[in-house]
Design a protein around this ligand. Structure first.
Ligand code: ADP
Length: 477
């Protein structure tokens, strides 16, 4: 049995802005089910929600500040969660990283710098809990200083750093390094310095004993200039210690057979009932109720990464086809504005909900026929896996985890029963439009379509498989 300290800035259902939270909510539970002794450490944001009791555990003094550590559990599980409680940094409303305008909180370096320091104190058991982990598993830049600071300790635990998205690096002006009292041994271009900036992610990439990312394809992609953001050389240099493990999905939450957030549950053997969700979705979005017209759905952050610009370019032409398009998301204000404008122009065909809505996300997965995910890059991606489990055929670009989890529909993949979606290569609106047309042709052939749906629904995206891979890594580092 391994003792694992899991360091993350978000974990579903406590606090979530994206896929990182899904992973950090599910993986620890899956590891606990494999009998591992795992504890999470996370900042105590005001927006953090839990149904479990929270108790004061201990207080420590770091950098002349008094910090409390509270203890709770992941809802509906035995996984212990340590909350880093420092109200001046974490007790304000809203998103963990950005304000209402989408701008980063001005003190993010201090906020996550302190979080990392406390994680190090916990990792070295200087919080006197008689619990010292064998492995510290860090996630994304918010935890990046942990492997760096631990590298200076004697008798330290092993460190693993998982990249969920290379696009977010935690870059701050060099003055932040002084403010955070970064030790001199770490402050140089082969350390935390990146073009005269302080780079949190480099703390993980340079100093962790092993690095993973969330799909094998993305692990290769980030060693190239297109996806590496200037860190491709470092990643190539460390490639012996870099691997990809695909995320699972939480089948307690994303299972069409037991989903309480959809209008009608269904399974492979009752696939016809999916239609009731389609009708409910059309009602919900005030679109004409019609079971013949294909619904294309999209859920996600409205940012360039997700190829929203490609969709905006395609939409006028899509409106000449027989289809409906529903979208749930928020992000770039300009994308939001353009989407709303198109929805006003085509009220019978396009419906947009700007915002974050867990229940509606489930209804879209269950009610749509097709799911659009034309990402420019996608470290792993979750929605394409949810879609497949719900028999909603994903259209994806061949990149990162999308390439690793969706099998394109071709004569041979139909024959060997692996076809589960439609995959296209070029990040252009014309390639996307071609893929949409190809999908609609398949949709018009119910026998083929049903085969694709069944192949997709039967795929194994369980966490257990991924958790076992992490466990064997913990044992090897
Ligand atoms: P990323 O982590 O890049 O945002 P992923 O596909 O890995 O993308 O994960 C996104 C997660 O967030 C999924 O669980 C998705 O359903 C959820 N999500 C994103 N936007 C919304 C939204 N507006 N409402 C509800 N859920 C959302």
């Amino acid at each position: 049995m391994k003792k694992i300290l899991f360091v993350t800035s978000e974990a579903h259902p406590l606090i979530k802005t994206g896929g990182l939270a899904d992973v950090c909510g599910s993986l620890p539970k899956a590891l606990a089910e494999l009998s591992q002794d795992i504890k999470l450490i996370i900042p105590n944001y005001q927006a953090l929600k839990t149904s479990e009791n929270v108790r004061f555990m201990c207080a420590i003094r770091v950098d002349n500040r008094n910090i409390n550590i509270l203890e709770t559990r992941m809802p509906d599980s035995h996984v212990i969660v340590w909350l880093v409680d420092y109200p001046a940094y974490y007790n304000y409303p809203g998103n963990p990283y950005v304000d209402e305008q989408g701008d980063s909180w001005p003190n993010n370096a201090e906020r996550f710098g302190l979080f990392c320091r406390i994680a190090v104190e916990a990792a070295m058991d200087r919080i006197n809990q008689d619990w010292k982990p064998d492995v510290v598993h860090c996630n994304d830049w918010q935890s990046g200083l942990v492997p760096a600071l631990l590298s200076l300790e004697n008798d330290r635990p092993s460190t693993l750093f998982t990249i969920h998205n290379m696009a977010y690096q935690g870059l701050f002006p060099a003055t932040a390094a002084a403010k955070l009292n970064i030790p001199g041994q770490l402050w140089h271009p082969a350390g935390l310095e990146f073009h005269d900036m302080l780079s949190f992610i480099k703390g993980g990439l340079v100093y962790a004993d092993y690095i993973t990312t969330v799909s094998p394809t993305y692990a290769h992609e980030i060693q190239t200039a297109e996806f590496g953001y200037g860190l491709e050389g470092l990643l190539d240099h460390r490639k012996e210690f870099l691997g990809g493990i695909i995320n699972g999905i939480d089948l307690d939450q994303w299972d069409a057979e037991n989903d309480t957030l959809i209008a009608q549950t269904y399974s492979v053997s009752t696939l016809d009932k999916k239609e009731l969700n389609k009708a409910a979705l059309q009602v919900k979005f005030a679109l004409p109720v019609n079971d013949q017209v294909p619904i294309l759905g999209l859920i996600g952050r409205l940012v360039e990464q997700k190829g929203i610009d490609l969709i905006l370019e395609c939409l006028p032409e899509m409106m000449e086809m027989d289809m409906q398009f529903v979208l749930l998301g928020s992000g770039d204000k300009d994308f939001e504005k353009q989407l709303k404008k198109l929805a006003l122009l085509y009220p019978d065909k396009i419906a947009i909900t700007i915002g974050y809505d867990e229940a509606l996300a489930h209804l879209i997965e269950a009610g749509a026929d097709i799911f659009l995910m034309p990402s420019r890059f996608e470290p792993c991606g979750l929605n394409q896996m949810y879609s497949q489990r719900y028999g909603t055929i994903p259209i994806v670009r061949k990149t990162g985890g999308l390439a690793d989890t969706v099998t394109d529909t071709l004569p041979e993949t139909l024959a060997n029963q692996t076809a589960s979606g439609v995959v296209f290569s070029e990040a252009s609106s014309s390639a996307l439009l071609e893929a949409i047309k190809r999908t609609l042709i398949l949709y018009s052939m119910p026998d083929y379509w049903k085969k694709m749906q069944i192949n997709a629904m039967k795929k194994d995206f369980s966490w257990q498989r991924s958790a076992e891979q992490y466990l064997s890594l913990y044992e090897n580092i």
